[in-house]
Design a protein around this ligand. Structure first.
Ligand SMILES: [Zn+2]
Ligand SMILES: [Zn+2]
Length: 386
């Protein structure tokens, strides 16, 4: 009896030690290479982690914010067949569950309106993207038959079922963002990598689950860019269409592209981006919507703070409007903005297409023209029809 009790106390102590270890691990801002954990190693070995001399390592990396922890499987530069890696894959978690989806405000994340049919080149309309470029079915993009989270009959998509590229903690330069006022000009300089360092494990090639959906071969790289926007932009009577390429920049140093992919279809619904909301076109990392964590500032009444600036100089705020209520397209104008209180005209992020702007309320800066890539961004292989 006493023996059994001793054993159970020891087991309890062991569980507590292990739990403490796991708790410590989740607090660490760990680096991939430093945190090599072999899940097969018995927990009795030292502190539970072992530097593995073998060629496959599975790294348990705690997510830093909303995404749940992911088991990220990496190949070392040896000769292990890819099938061995795939065998470890079932533990990888590719989904996210943003706080935006947990409340009863704003659009329902399980049946978001698919934006494909809300793309127009004719004239601006509420809830639409007014594009300067026609749809191009031959542009690169994802494989339609693999998009299991889209209900093509209902024309809706489920954000909670969508797959996202897991994070990495290493391999990319530190992001930068600087803002200066020069007379009537707001000058913004970035290197187009996230200032908060939150980025996915690009390229996607180590994740067959994802590459069979979206063959985007891009790898984000540091690219210095300088943007000059009017500090006091003016509203034009006629809104302007939005082109491919950068349409603005977030205070996280990463540029914003509009809501459509190179084909003119809903980029947020269809393309694989990382758990932090971005993906590369070639080496140009960008967001098609505002990642929730950037909406981290709040005005007195709960209205979101500024998350970035659009090419016409008007600011884009986060997801929350007056009294801190999450916004949808209802209550926003043709260009996905509005004007209230002392804020002047401003755009809002929504988790509903067109996500950022529908058109330009002011005159877009010529910076946009410099960054447009003819035919749309190179984001993957040509479409293969099922
Ligand atoms: Zn994109
Ligand atoms: Zn507002």
């Amino acid at each position: 009896m006493r023996l059994a009790k001793n054993i159970s106390i020891k087991m309890l102590a062991a569980i507590i030690v292990v739990s403490l270890f796991i708790a410590c691990e989740t607090k660490e801002d760990s680096d991939t290479t430093a945190e090599i954990v072999n899940p097969i190693t018995p927990i009795s070995t030292s502190v539970g982690r072992t530097l593995e001399p073998t060629s496959i390592t599975a790294t348990y990396k705690p997510a830093k914010t909303s995404p749940t922890p992911v088991l990220d499987v990496k190949r070392s530069p040896s000769t292990v067949p890819i099938t061995a890696m795939v065998n470890l894959s079932p533990e990888i978690k590719f989904t996210i569950n943003p706080n935006l989806c947990k409340d009863n405000q704003g659009p329902d994340c399980t049946e978001l309106r698919l934006g494909d049919d809300y793309f127009t080149t004719s004239f601006p309309e509420i809830g639409y993207l007014y594009s300067c470029n026609d749809k191009n079915p031959n542009a690169p993009g994802s494989i339609e038959s693999e998009l299991t989270w889209i209900d093509f009959a209902d024309k809706t998509w489920n954000l909670l079922q969508k797959l996202w590229l897991p994070e990495t903690a290493s391999g990319f330069d530190q992001g930068s963002y600087a803002e200066a006022s020069l007379g009537q000009i707001r000058e913004i300089t970035t290197n187009n990598l996230p200032v908060d360092g939150k980025i996915g494990d690009w390229p996607m090639t180590s994740y067959p689950t994802l590459t069979k959906i979206d063959g985007n071969p891009g790898i984000p790289a540091s690219q210095k860019s300088s943007l000059s926007y009017p500090s006091n932009p003016e509203e034009e009577t006629t809104p302007t269409c939005v082109s491919f390429g950068s349409i603005g920049v977030t205070k996280n140093g990463v540029v914003i592209y509009h809501a459509a992919d190179g084909r003119g279809e809903d980029a947020v619904a269809r393309e694989i981006v990382d758990v932090f909301g971005g993906h590369p076109a070639g080496s140009n990392y960008h967001y098609h919507f505002i990642p929730e964590r950037l909406d981290n500032d709040s005005l007195g009444d709960g209205h979101s703070g500024i998350v970035g600036y659009i090419n016409d100089g008007f600011p884009i705020y986060g997801y929350k409007g007056k009294d801190g209520i999450e916004m949808s397209n209802d209550g926003l104008d043709l260009c996905h903005g509005h004007d209230h209180g002392s804020l002047g005209y401003h755009y809002h992020a929504t988790i509903e297409y067109p996500y950022t702007v529908g058109c330009y309320k002011g005159t877009p800066s010529s910076a946009e023209a410099n960054q447009v890539q003819p035919g749309g961004p190179p984001e993957g292989p040509p479409r293969r029809r099922p």
